[in-house]
Design a protein around this ligand. Sequence first.
Ligand SMILES: Nc1nc2c(c(=O)[nH]1)N[C@H]1C(S)=C(S)[C@@H](COP(=O)(O)OP(=O)(O)OC[C@H]3O[C@@H](n4cnc5c(=O)[nH]c(N)nc54)[C@H](O)[C@@H]3O)O[C@H]1N2
Ligand SMILES: Nc1nc2c(c(=O)[nH]1)N[C@H]1C(S)=C(S)[C@@H](COP(=O)(O)OP(=O)(O)OC[C@H]3O[C@@H](n4cnc5c(=O)[nH]c(N)nc54)[C@H](O)[C@@H]3O)O[C@H]1N2
Ligand SMILES: [Mo]
Length: 831
Amino acid sequence: MSEVKNERVEKIKTLLMQKHVGEVLDYTGCYANCGGSCCIFKVRIRDGKITAIEPDDHYNVGVGREDSVASDTDLMKNRLQQRACEVAWVWHKQLTLPERVLYPLKRVDGARRGEGRFEKISWDEALTIVAEKLKEAKEKYGPYSIITPYFENPHLDPIFSFLGAGVQGWGWCSMDAERLVKHLMLGYPGWSRLESYDMADMLFNSKLIVLWGAEPSSTRYGPAHQFAYYIKMARERGTPVICIDPRYTDTAAVLADQWIPIKPGTDLAMMIAVAYVLFKQDLYNKEFVERFVEPKGFKAWHDYVMGVEDGVPKTPQWAEEICGVPAETIEGFARLYARSKPTFLFKNWSVARKSYGENVARAAVILQSMMGYIGGPGGYNTLAPVSRVRPYLDNYTAWILPLGVRGKYVAPRMYRSNKWAEAVLLLDDVKEGRLTTEEYRRIIGWRTDPNLPNPNPKVLLWGSYYMGTNYLVTGANATERQIKALEKMEFVVQIASFMTPTAKYADIILPVADQALEDYTFQHDGYGGFANILLCPKIKEPPGEAKPLFWIYTKLAEKLGFGHLYNAYYREGESWFVLWERYLRKCYEAGREEIRKRFGKEIPEFEEFKKSRFFNYDELFDKPLYGLKDHLEKGVTFQTKSGKIEFVSEILADESQRGKVHIDQLGRLIDNLPNDWKGLEALPRYKPIVRGFEDPMVKQYPLFMLTPHSRYRVHSFFWNNPWLRGDCYQHRFWINVADAKARGIRDGDLVEVFNHVGRTRVRAYVTTRIMPGVAILYHGAWYDPDEDGVDKAGCPAVLLHDNESPPTPAPVTTLVQVKKCERKSLEPRGR
Ligand SMILES: Nc1nc2c(c(=O)[nH]1)N[C@H]1C(S)=C(S)[C@@H](COP(=O)(O)OP(=O)(O)OC[C@H]3O[C@@H](n4cnc5c(=O)[nH]c(N)nc54)[C@H](O)[C@@H]3O)O[C@H]1N2
Ligand SMILES: Nc1nc2c(c(=O)[nH]1)N[C@H]1C(S)=C(S)[C@@H](COP(=O)(O)OP(=O)(O)OC[C@H]3O[C@@H](n4cnc5c(=O)[nH]c(N)nc54)[C@H](O)[C@@H]3O)O[C@H]1N2
Ligand SMILES: [Mo]
């Protein structure tokens, strides 16, 4: 019987293998903005076309569960297949979808923005138009008339500098609260990185894993699901895992020993009560606190938590009222946390990506500091996971042109990136006297100093290719507000690979090659703590007339008269490939030199790396990485004024500085809040958040909606991919059974989700996996308005808006109401 079966299997195998005759194999690296950015694609190619993408096989060929063959050393050195995630297997199909932009496009005369009617033009014409418009705007409206949303766009920065015009945004929708907190509490400014941990360290040394607002079974954070895999292995070795999340996630279901549902936006209350138990039961690490925590701030925190300050002890009972977690659960958690030396407290960015997120980010650092888990083996700083090499390689990655020179002009950062539309729209309120300049600046995140100018936005340059190019969807502010602001612009340019809803609003679209498969570049690891470098060798030609990102920027710079300044490697008439390789080699060699300098280690030469396509930095080291090693073991001080971890922020306390440029105690610019601090206080005391359960708006819009990241796409990238929809993924509005019943909503019903800024239609997923009062609509659905302008794609961005909170964290949650849709004609387009 089994032989018969095997024969059949063999036959199928042979048939399948025949499909692959004549193919060649190659490897490339993933480039999506999942933060992992270090997966390897094994690519099959026939006649210049990609036929399939398969999992990496650099290690453990043919082995499914690799820990059955991997030793601890292998795990330490990350000798595992750098397997990619769900989206990788259809990446090549993504690139041939009808939405792909193939040619430079110009909006047809008479077509409205957003209508999507374009005509094909030549590259020369497109770049000439863009260059002329930039120069004209500068002449006519001055240097602050050219804007770009998203964070400080590194590609445009040199262009602005030579052009002598342009305004940047500041901030990043991902982890800005943590970035600020890293500066305020530990003294590490801006984008400077703080090496933190690797997965092996967690696996071997952590005694408890707490996933606080993290869903690693879905969100990639290293090679695909490797983060989750290490957690699974840790758990199998006896490390308990606790998941604190308003919904019963897949992580809670398959990786956790305990799930603690919590009302979103109230985590701070639970953290404060945990601190209360640590003080009350004398469980905190006094020796650590004495050595590393600034004492005045520590006392202030103690006095607040214990109620010395205000007569209200912040007991677990006090927190239960706010966050909905039973007092005994909080106390039990605190005791286990204190006993489990050390705890890997993975408070992720989602928790802080809402109003006053800075406070919850600070409280997590405080807890880890009270216990001495903030660094050292098995600990974690709760801010930003970074591998040991990445902090030294940032300047040498090939995704910006950092080795070039800069012009004299420095583009000011006049608004928090996700407030770009507010910077445009609220100007009218200022002009017409409805809003003071000061209040305007506070909202958008610009300094209130009356001697400084306001922005004067007329020309908009979208995104920096792989980030921020679909801002109507990913920009953490109401889509409709952004559209209104777009309509006020005189000229809009977009570099795009797909005709996203945002691209439709451009006047000129410049088609760009895909970096993973169509460009020649290399990529270092991102957030995950796994340390890889990968080469993307340009597996195939870009389709149509799509061009590499830096070709586009270089040619634009050339049109503006400073091509050779922008790109020092550029010589007219020379092959792009040749000059680009010169640049890549230079970047790589500079990184190689840095590794040699910092670690006394050798990585392969460029030619060798080119051949192997991949280098695993963990091979260089014999011990797992843990953070703050030099601080905790060698007496290196923190870069704060006191040299210690600061629970109280003097900068926030200093009223006289409000609205001025914020310089830290050591004279460095705090560059992700160059503005008034609004309601941020020196100590992270609990206060109700805007658009949270204690917001008066809750009466009208009683559901607290989260917009997390989906397993089946990277933000909005892959939304339009039919292989990742249908049976595989249905985009739905998650609502608790009780909430659904009260509204007569049944599973699968078409519903309208709405609030004071927008409406969207989508089908309901009625489930007990989400707490009552909480709802979920995954981020990234491509805004798709019907004839009345109502979104029918379930794009949560249409509902997001918060001008009241401090502008640092991106507000990606909000209050909504939902009702069943009656009109059949409003069915969303099915896919
Ligand atoms: N597949 C995939 N992977 C990705 C990405 C992607 O788009 N797709 N994006 C990448 C990027 S850039 C980032 S920044 C990371 C994002 O990583 P995260 O910030 O961790 O991601 P989210 O999906 O927003 O949220 C994770 C969990 O937090 C919960 N949560 C939300 N609000 C709260 C709260 O107030 N309290 C608590 N306790 N829990 C809360 C949500 O229910 C969700 O289950 O993921 C990266 N990985
Ligand atoms: N509502 C809500 N909004 C959010 C968040 C949230 O949790 N909720 N999270 C925020 C976070 S953490 C982040 S980091 C931002 C991310 O925001 P973005 O980085 O802007 O999101 P993406 O959708 O990955 O990229 C934008 C577009 O660029 C193109 N693109 C991206 N990568 C590639 C690529 O490799 N190849 C090709 N050919 N095209 C590519 C695709 O057209 C894609 O749709 O979103 C933020 N916005
Ligand atoms: Mo992010």
